[in-house]
Ligand binder design. Structure first.
Ligand SMILES: [Zn+2]
Length: 437
C-alpha cells in the first residue's frame, strides 16, 4: 500500500482508549490522517511511503493541546508580574491591549505559535482581541486552533460596541469556516465583563452557528463576591440559569467552586480548562481537580496567556498540575501522571470539540510530536507516561507535526521564518514600554 509519510519510532505513546504503548513501532499517514499504527516490521512491509521519518531515537506521542490561552499575550510576557488578578488585568494588561493593532496581534500570535510548536503543543484554544489576526498567524504557522473573539460589554480594539462584536463573530465564522485547521467558538470574556443579555445572546449564537462556548469562570473569590453582589448568585449558578452549562461549553479556571457546583458541572457535561500555573502565579487559588475527576467532569489543561504563566509550555504545566494537587491533598496518589497526561490530550480534544485529535490511532488527525530519548533526563526509559509528566521539559521535542505536515524538525522551524520573527518581536519592545508608561 502507498502512504505519504511513514514514521519509524523507538516508542509510541498512543493515548488510545487502551493507553497502548508500542516499542519499535511505526505510524503511516495519508494526507492529514493516520492510516495505520503498529509494529515497524509489519508497517514497513505493508507500506511504501513518499517520505520516511526516522525517529528511532525518539518517543512519538500525540501533540499536546493547550486548552486555554491568549496567544498574542506572548508580547506582554514579563511586563507585570507578582500582582493580584484584578490589579494586574485593569492596571497593566487592559491599558496596553487598548492600543492593539492587527499587525501586533498577528506578531504576538506568531511568537506563541513558534513557542508551542517548539515545545510540543500542536493545538490550542485561544480567546483574544482581533482574533482574525491570530487566525492569520495560525494559518501560516501550521497549528490547529479553536479561537474566539473575546466578547465584552465595552468596546474592544476589534469593535466599537458589543453589537458590532456579535457581527464580527459572524463575519469571522464566514471567513474561516472552511479552513482545515481553524475552528471558532463563541467566547464571552467573563461574567464581570458581560451582562446577562450578552451571555444569553452568546449562547443563542453558539447554537445557531453550531460553535462551542468558552468563558473564564469562577477564577477568584473576588469574582464570586462581585457576582453575588450584582446578581445574587455565584458564577456557576448564574451562568447555569442562563443555560450556558452544556457539553460544548468550557469554563476556564473553575477555581472557586463548591462541591455542589462541581456536581452540577458533571451533570451538565461542562468541561473545565484547568490552568494551574496561572492560578498559582496570580494566587487565584487551587481548583479542586481531584474531586472533578472523581465526579467525571471532563478536565482539560491550559497555560493561560504568557503574561500570567509566563510560558506556553504544556510539559511543565503537566508537572505543576501533578505536583500541586498532591501537596494540596497531602496525598501523593492525587492527580496521577496518566490522569494529567489525559487532561493535556483527551481533555483538550473535549474543549476543542474535535474528537479526531488527542490520541494516535487510524482515522485520527496526524497531530504528533516526538521527544528525543537521548536526552539524559529521559534515560533510562522505564515508564513513558512518567517521563512525559515528571521528567520532560519540552526542550527534548525534536519533531512537531500537525495534520501530517512537519512544522519543526531537528532544531529547525519549517513553516516559520524564525530569524525574521525574532527581529520583529525584539523591535516591538519599545512599543510595549511606551504604552505601559
Ligand atoms: Zn485566560
Amino acid at each position: 500500500m502507498v502512504c505519504d509519510i511513514l514514521i519509524q519510532a523507538n516508542t509510541i505513546l498512543t493515548q488510545d482508549p487502551q493507553r497502548t504503548v508500542l516499542e519499535n513501532a511505526g505510524v503511516a499517514i495519508t494526507g492529514d490522517t493516520i492510516t495505520a499504527v503498529g509494529p515497524w516490521e509489519n508497517l514497513s512491509r505493508r507500506y511504501t511511503a513518499g517520505q520516511t521519518l526516522n525517529l528511532n531515537h525518539a518517543m512519538v506521542m500525540p501533540g499536546l493541546i493547550n486548552a486555554h490561552t491568549h496567544a498574542a499575550m506572548s508580547l506582554l510576557r514579563g511586563v507585570a508580574d507578582d500582582l493580584p488578578l484584578m490589579e494586574w488585568l485593569t492596571k497593566h494588561i487592559f491599558p496596553v491591549e487598548k492600543h492593539l493593532s492587527p499587525e501586533i496581534v498577528e506578531l504576538g500570535a506568531m511568537l506563541a505559535c513558534a513557542e508551542m510548536t517548539r515545545l510540543g503543543t500542536t493545538s490550542f484554544c485561544d480567546m483574544y482581541l482581533i482574533e482574525d489576526a491570530t487566525y492569520r498567524a495560525v494559518d501560516r504557522a501550521g497549528l490547529r486552533v479553536l479561537g474566539g473573539e473575546g466578547i465584552f460589554m465595552f468596546p474592544s480594539p476589534a469593535y466599537a460596541d458589543t453589537e458590532r462584536g456579535f457581527d464580527l463573530v459572524r463575519e469571522l465564522h464566514e471567513r474561516w469556516k472552511d479552513h482545515p485547521r481553524i475552528r471558532q467558538a463563541v467566547m464571552p470574556h467573563a461574567v464581570y465583563t458581560t451582562t446577562p443579555e450578552i451571555l444569553r445572546r452568546c449562547l443563542a449564537l453558539s447554537q445557531e452557528l453550531n460553535m462551542p462556548l468558552h468563558i473564564h469562570l469562577a477564577e477568584t473569590v473576588t469574582e464570586t463576591e462581585q457576582c453575588l453582589a450584582a446578581t445574587g448568585l455565584r458564577p456557576v449558578q448564574y451562568v447555569h440559569e442562563l443555560g450556558l452549562l452544556t457539553p460544548k461549553t468550557t469554563i476556564a479556571h473553575g477555581v472557586d467552586l463548591t462541591e455542589a457546583e462541581i456536581d452540577l458541572l458533571a451533570g451538565t457535561g461542562t468541561v473545565v480548562a484547568h490552568n494551574p500555573e496561572s492560578n498559582m502565579k496570580l494566587a487565584s487559588g487551587i481548583a479542586n481537580v481531584p474531586y472533578m475527576l472523581q465526579r467525571g467532569v471532563p478536565v482539560s489543561l491550559g497555560t493561560d496567556g504568557a503574561a500570567s504563566n509566563n510560558a506556553l509550555n504544556m510539559f511543565t504545566e503537566m508537572t505543576s498540575c501533578a505536583l500541586l494537587h498532591k501537596v494540596r491533598c497531602m496525598d501523593p496518589t492525587c492527580a496521577p501522571a496518566q490522569a494529567v497526561l489525559d487532561m493535556a490530550t483527551l481533555g483538550g480534544s473535549r474543549t476543542m470539540c474535535m474528537p479526531d485529535i488527542g490520541y494516535i490511532a487510524p482515522g485520527m488527525r496526524a497531530d504528533m510530536v516526538a521527544l528525543d530519548l537521548r536526552a539524559p533526563n529521559l534515560q533510562p526509559l522505564h515508564n513513558p507516561v512518567s517521563h512525559v509528566v515528571y521528567a520532560a521539559t519540552g526542550a527534548e521535542v525534536c519533531m512537531s507535526m500537525v495534520g501530517g505536515e512537519v512544522l519543526y524538525n531537528d532544531g529547525a522551524f519549517l513553516k516559520i521564518d524564525y530569524p525574521s520573527l525574532l527581529k520583529e518581536v525584539s523591535a516591538l519592545r519599545s512599543w510595549v514600554r511606551e504604552k505601559l508608561s
